[in-house]
Structure formats: structure tokens, C-alpha cells
Design a protein around this ligand. Structure first.
Ligand code: SF4
Length: 217
């Protein structure tokens, strides 16, 4: 089966399952979404939402976050992995947004990626979910599913992002990355899989009769 045919099957199935997927990280504005995405690295969205509920009550703008300072930010987020570094990054990015961007979250990849703790994936989430600019944030989960579904051979998330952008229409990118994330959480987790249990793989691999373990990450 060609990659384009696989892409069509995947799109159709995901649209049926998740017609309008919500943004999983709670936020009230561009700044709080940016902070939530930075906090979500190596942590679950559920835990981030639990902790930001209190943090955003006292600091939902760069000014208030800067005012809070590193040590008090840390107190709110200390249950997360990498909390020391994340506290410093959140403080510094708030300061930079005030000093360099007039208190507004910037809307370009270059400017977003210049902020501490903000990599390409985080910038892509903000670009797509806040500014509605077509982006395809690829994390390890989307990378894993793309490998299992045979729509990329990429060894890393950047290559997978390129492949997905090539095979899916640009109008689908912003929703599709959320749909893949939800499918991964619900059906196609990082734990082992026999490659035959879901309708998705039975349709994508109609000739597959035996169990198949995808060795790629
Ligand atoms: S069969 Fe396995 S690889 Fe295929 S979609 Fe289901 S969980 Fe994912």
C-alpha cells in the first residue's frame, strides 16, 4: 500500500474517532498555554493540569510570573520532573517576553524558539493552537505511531515531522496531531503491541496475518 493510501485511511479513521479533539493542556491565554507546554516535557498532561490550576490562579501573565520568582514557581511545580530547570526557564521566558516582546507571546518559530525551554515541538504547539498557523508538532508518541503505521521511516522526530507534512494536507495538520495523540493514549500506547489488534493496523496491513512487533521506537 502506498503512503498516500495509508494517510487517507488514517485520516478517515481518526476523524470518525475524534471529530473535534480538545487541547489537552488547560490554559486561559497564549502565555498560560506556552507555560503548560514547557511544563509538560517528560510529565503527563494530567499532572501538569493539576499543578497549573493553582499556579495560574496567581500567575497567568508574564508580569505576574516574573513577580513570583524562581523559588515560588518551583513550589507550585516541584512534583514535576526537571522542576528545577523548568522553574528557571519559566521565570526567564516571562522576563524575556516582557523585555523583548512587549509582554506578548511572539508568533514566529524563530522568536518562540529563542525563549528558554522552548524547542521546536513546543513552538509548534503554540503556533498551531494559539495562532492557528499550520504546524505539525511531533513528539515521541506521534513518532511511534507514525512508525507503526508505516508513514515514516524517520529515525527522529524532525524527519517524521517532514514526512507527515508531506503526506497529509496542510489543512489537517493542526487537528491531526491532536487526533494522533488521543489515539496513542487510548489504543496505541508505548507498551508492546502485536500489530494486529486494532482495525487501524488490520486496514493498513491487510496481508498481515501474524503478530508483528515494530522494533522502531
Ligand atoms: S495494532 Fe498495535 S500498532 Fe496498530 S494501531 Fe493498534 S496498538 Fe497501534
Amino acid at each position: 500500500m502506498k503512503k498516500s493510501e495509508r494517510a487517507e485511511i488514517i485520516l478517515k479513521e481518526l476523524k470518525e474517532l475524534y471529530p473535534s479533539p480538545p487541547i489537552p493542556l488547560n490554559h486561559t491565554n497564549a502565555f498560560t498555554l506556552l507555560v503548560a507546554v514547557v511544563l509538560s516535557a517528560q510529565s503527563t498532561d494530567k499532572k501538569v493540569n493539576e499543578l497549573t490550576k493553582e499556579l495560574f490562579k496567581v500567575a497567568d501573565t508574564p508580569e505576574k510570573m516574573k513577580e513570583l520568582g524562581v523559588s515560588r514557581i518551583y513550589e507550585y511545580i516541584k512534583q514535576l520532573g526537571l522542576s528545577n530547570q523548568k522553574s528557571k526557564n519559566i521565570y526567564l521566558l516571562s522576563k524575556l517576553i516582557i523585555e523583548e516582546f512587549h509582554g506578548q507571546v511572539p508568533n514566529s518559530f524563530e522568536e518562540l524558539e529563542s525563549l528558554p525551554g522552548v524547542g521546536h515541538k513546543t513552538a509548534s504547539v503554540v503556533m498551531s493552537q494559539v495562532f492557528n498557523i499550520p504546524s505539525f508538532p511531533v513528539d515521541t508518541h506521534i513518532h511511534r505511531l507514525s512508525q507503526r503505521w508505516g508513514i515514516t521511516n524517520g529515525d527522529n522526530v524532525r524527519q517524521t515531522e517532514k514526512d507527515l507534512k508531506n503526506i497529509f494536507p496542510i489543512s489537517e495538520w493542526n487537528t491531526l496531531h491532536l487526533q494522533i495523540i488521543f489515539y496513542g493514549r487510548e489504543h496505541c500506547t508505548a507498551r508492546g503491541c502485536d500489530g494486529t489488534k486494532c482495525l487501524m493496523c488490520r486496514t493498513l496491513y491487510p496481508k498481515r496475518k501474524k503478530k508483528f512487533i515494530c522494533k522502531k521506537p
